[in-house]
Every structure is written in C-alpha cells, then in structure tokens.
Design a protein around this ligand. Structure first.
Ligand SMILES: C[C@@H]1O[C@H](OP(=O)(O)OP(=O)(O)OC[C@H]2O[C@@H](n3ccc(=O)[nH]c3=O)[C@H](O)[C@@H]2O)[C@H](O)[C@H](O)[C@H]1O
Length: 454
C-alpha cells in the first residue's frame, strides 16, 4: 500500500481484452492515472502480451495465465499475429480464466476494476467481492451502439448508411443486421454490468451526440477521457530506421501509409486489389503487410502480384510485420492513411492531421469509417454489393484524398482536427479522475497487493 499527501493511494486494476488495439489505450489511461500520484495502477494480461509492453510509468503488471488448449499454446495467448480461425479459441480460453481472475482480485483487493467490453464476467467477479467496476470502451462503441440500437427499430433513420459486405477471409457476410443485433445485446450486457460510469476513449467533437444517446439508453454516466494517443515509440530496429530514411527521400505530403492494424489479415482478393490500386494511383506508399504467425505459406514477393515489387520499387515500400505507425503518421512527407479504421488508428490519424482513405474490414470498422467521413477527415473506398474491392475505386480515392484539388477540403479539415485535438485530453482526464476517486471510496477493496508482480 503506498501513500500520497492525501493518504493511501487508490488501487486500480485495469483489465483489457487481449488485443494490442485494446491494450494500448488501457496503457495510456493507466499512465495518465498513475501520473496523478493518486492511484496505484495494476494492468492484468497474459504473459504473451505483457512481454511486448515496453513501458512502466509506475504501472505494475499482473499475469493472467489462461488454460492451455491443445490448439492454443501460451505464446498464442494474444491477438497479435493470431490466425482468424483461432480467435474464437482464444476467446474461449479467456472466458475459462474466470477463476484465475477472481483469485487475482482476492489477492489484490483493488478499490476499483476498469474492465473491457469483451468480458462481461469480470464485473461479476468484482461485485462478488464488493469491488466497484467501470467499463472502458476503447472503440467507437457509443456510435456503434446507437447504430445497433436504431437498426433494431425498423423505420427509424439510422445514423449511418451501413454497408454489409462479404469478407473473403471469413467467407460470409461479416456484418449482417442480425450480427449487429447480437453485438448490441453483448455490448449492452457489458455496459449494464458496469457498476457506475463508462469511460470512452473519445471526445465530444467526435462522438458527443452518440455518447449522450448511449447514456440515455443505458442510464449510465459516460465519461470521455480524450484521444489517449500514445507518444510515438522510438524506432526499434534497423528495418524501421530504414523505413524512416526512405520516407525522408519523398516530397512533403506525397506518400500514403497503408496499414490494417495488429490483428487483421487481408484476404487474397483484397491483397491483390490493394496492390494494383496502389500501383494505379501512382502515389508513393509505405504498406505494412501482416501474415498470421503460424501457417506462414508464402514469402512477401510470392504473396504479391507477379512483378509488383519490381514495378513499384521507386514509389513504394512494402514491409512485413510491425511499423512505427505513430512516427510515420507524424512525418511531414505523409499525405494520406489507407486504414481499416481500427479506432486507435482512426484517432491517431486525427491527432497527426492525416486524411484517411477508409477501408474498413469487419467489427466496428464500418462504423468508424463513417465517423471519419462524418467529421470530414476521410473518404471510404466503397465495396460492391458482394463486398468486393475494386482497384480502380481505391486508386481514385487515394488520388482524391492525397493529390486532387477537390481533396483540399479533406486535407485542410484533417489538419484543423489535429490542432483542435492538440488541446484535448487533459481536461477530460481531470474530470475522469474526480469521478474515479469517488467510485473508489464506494468499494470495499483494501488496496493490498499480494499477487506476484511481473
Ligand atoms: C477489437 C478490435 O481491435 C482492433 O485493433 P487493431 O490493432 O486492428 O487496430 P487499431 O485499433 O487501429 O490499433 C492498432 C494499434 O497498433 C499500432 N500499430 C499497428 C500496426 C503496426 O504496424 N504498427 C503499429 O504501431 C497502431 O499505431 C495502433 O495504435 C481494431 O481496433 C478493431 O476495430 C477492434 O474492434
């Protein structure tokens, strides 16, 4: 138990889903709360995730060991690089760790649990020990929830014209109305189990009207904590250094960064259309291509169209694995971001003032793409009624956003968003700290730490 000038620090356990796109916003919030010197922050995840976290900021880490399932050895207890067919297996192993998680709560006795939208069992375990809990929503769930909710009520105008498209990787329509209604029930259950308020990784200008609606819908207070964009991590290795040197040789605003997040793998059809789309656009590009960690079949050049790398060698760079996304988006020579619109990537585009060529793939990304268009900082590459991508459409949107005269509006709006955002965040965190401290005082936690710390 540690003290500050107000007495005992409040012990907070943070418990994100096992994906990088979730852990990084939790980590950013943890740093902000830890820096107030009012909280002792513990972050709980699997060893496979904790080993890739390279920061502390006074945060302590607690290992959650999932049951080892035959097809899921411990090094795959993360969504990073996990093949899509193993995602349901990871979720099953995660849901089997309820007792292990309860043991962590009993040993730590935190004053407050901040959990994720994927594990409705976490607040149940907390309330059994009289520990208050808050759900921290790291995606654009307010807008997504409103859309799900209204799509449940025929005849009411939807906030966004939703596109349901076939994802060739999954072989089915990824987001049918039925799927979205099931998602609404699941997310609603997670929110309703939160004892008090809901923290949302966002800010009024983007999701204010949706957060207000969700607050009415759930009868919960919703507290935006701002963009929570991490400071760009230093360039880690020689390959990343050479990417930055290559980018330095291009003209200001002349290059698009192309990335689809930490856990999505392109279908063969999409990969081919994106390659030809970039080639036809005749715009410089840095493309981060990711393949599942297991079952690696092809090398980079075999996975790409024949002769593609040779033809684009003066304009494009294709890298495999992980890129310093924050550093690249913050570079003056970047003029556009071809993104799946994962929420962290969407917010980072806003923070760095980079206009978005939106290419959502699944989950909440179609909604995020509409939010990006709604605030005027991007344009979506619309798929056809069968969900198929077109290289010509992609090339046209890339050229519109990055080089066309008409695209000036999008580019200027993105720049303005960046300067507006630069002042955001601190006031939201201060307001959230006041609310969290009040919640801590309601619980029965003792703030003792007896668990082994990593
Ligand atoms: C549950 C699901 O989590 C997903 O996370 P994902 O990692 O795909 O995408 P982001 O949220 O952009 O998060 C990706 C994060 O990884 C960083 N990054 C990624 C690739 C790389 O090469 N280098 C990097 O630094 C990037 O800067 C961002 O911070 C999506 O949100 C999805 O919408 C959501 O429903």
């Amino acid at each position: 138990m540690t003290m500050n000038r107000f007495g005992r620090k409040q012990t907070v356990l943070m418990f994100p889903w096992l994906g990088h796109g979730h852990i990084s916003p939790f980590l950013e919030l943890a740093k902000k709360l830890s820096n107030t010197n009012l909280f002792d922050i513990y972050l709980c995840s699997t060893p496979a995730n904790l080993k890739s976290i390279k920061t502390s900021h006074g945060i302590q880490f607690i290992e959650l060991n999932l049951p080892t399932l035959p097809e899921l050895p411990p090094h795959l207890h993360t969504t990073n690089g996990l093949p899509s067919h193993l995602m349901p297996v990871l979720k099953k192993a995660f849901d089997m760790a309820t007792d292990e998680f309860s043991d962590i709560l009993k040993a730590l006795k935190p004053d407050l649990l901040i959990y994720d939208i994927i594990q409705p069992w976490a607040p149940v375990a907390a309330s059994a020990l009289s520990i208050p809990s808050v759900v921290f929503i790291t995606t654009s769930v307010a807008a997504t929830m409103v859309h799900f909710h209204l799509s449940n009520r025929p005849g009411i105008a939807l906030p966004f014209s939703t596109i349901y498209y076939r994802s060739y990787e999954y072989g089915k329509v990824v987001k049918s109305l039925e799927d979205m209604r099931k998602d609404e029930d699941f997310v609603m259950e997670c929110v309703n189990r939160s004892s008090y308020l809901v923290l949302v990784k966002s800010f009024k200008e983007i999701e204010g009207k949706y957060s207000d609606y969700l607050s009415v819908l759930t009868d919960k207070r919703i507290v935006p904590v701002g963009p929570l964009v991490a400071e760009p991590s230093p360039v880690e290795d020689e390959e990343q250094n050479s990417v930055m040197q290559w980018l330095e040789t291009k003209a200001v605003g002349s290059t698009v960064f192309v990335s689809f997040g930490s856990e999505y793998f392109l279908s063969d059809h999409d990969l081919e259309e994106i390659a030809y789309g970039l080639e036809i656009s005749d715009v410089n590009f840095i493309w981060v291509l990711r393949f599942p960690k297991v079952e690696r079949k092809l090398g980079l050049s075999e996975a790409l169209p024949l002769g593609f790398l040779e033809r684009v060698k003066d304009k494009g760079l294709v890298i495999e694995g992980w890129a310093p996304q924050g550093k690249i988006l913050g570079h003056k020579n970047i003029g556009g971001f071809v993104s799946h619109c994962g929420w962290s990537s969407a917010i980072e585009a806003m923070k760095y003032g980079v206009p978005v060529i939106a290419m959502p793939m699944h989950l909440d990304q179609p909604i995020n793409a509409r939010l990006v268009e709604e605030v005027g900082i991007g344009m979506e590459v619309v798929r056809d009624e069968n969900g198929r991508l077109s290289r010509e459409k992609m090339a046209a949107v890339v050229r519109h956003v990055v080089v066309s005269k008409l695209g000036e509006v999008v580019r200027e709006t993105a720049k303005k968003m960046s300067s507006d955002l630069s002042m955001k965040g601190e006031e939201e965190i201060e307001a959230a700290v006041v609310e969290l401290l009040q919640l801590c005082s309601l619980g029965g936690g003792g703030g003792r730490s007896e668990v082994g710390e990593v």
